[in-house]
Design a protein. Structure first.
Length: 141
């Protein structure tokens, strides 16, 4: 009876077992890391768009409030609101194109009205219309 063993037999299984264990461990780690990452969802991204649109809507509300006592301040708010709306408009058009175009038309109407120096009640009404239109486009109810 011989006391010698074949050296290659066990080491092949050992290498295969360790390799499989490493691959399985890597896959588990990859799965855990993907499950715990903070990926931005559509809702998160759209909430940011809504917040930006709310800033524009608030500026249009201030146009109506300031126009009777400080027309120059109202014009500045109108410009601020227009710039805010223009910045968020491409994202709004992806979600609600019809409402976004209506909001742009309402803003343009308010702007041309302010240029003509009408009574404050007309500007207040147009400012509220512009604010409501921007809120509709951003789906803020």
């Amino acid at each position: 009876m011989s006391l010698y063993r074949q050296a290659g037999r066990r080491s092949g299984w050992l290498v295969a077992s360790v390799s499989i264990a490493l691959v399985v461990g890597f896959l588990i780690g990859l799965g855990v890391s993907r499950a715990t990452t903070d990926e931005k969802t559509f809702e998160d991204a759209f909430a940011g768009v809504q917040a930006d649109a709310e800033l524009a809507a608030d500026a249009f509300e201030l146009v109506g409030l300031h126009y009777a006592t400080a027309p120059e301040a109202a014009r500045q708010q109108l410009e601020r609101g227009r710039q805010s709306f223009d910045a968020v408009r491409p994202q709004l058009e992806l979600v609600s194109p019809v409402e976004t175009r209506a909001a742009a038309a309402s803003i343009e109407s308010l702007s041309s009205l302010v240029d003509r120096s009408p009574p404050a009640s007309e500007v207040e009404r147009a400012a509220q219309d512009a604010r409501a239109a921007v809120r509709r486009a951003a789906r803020l109810r």
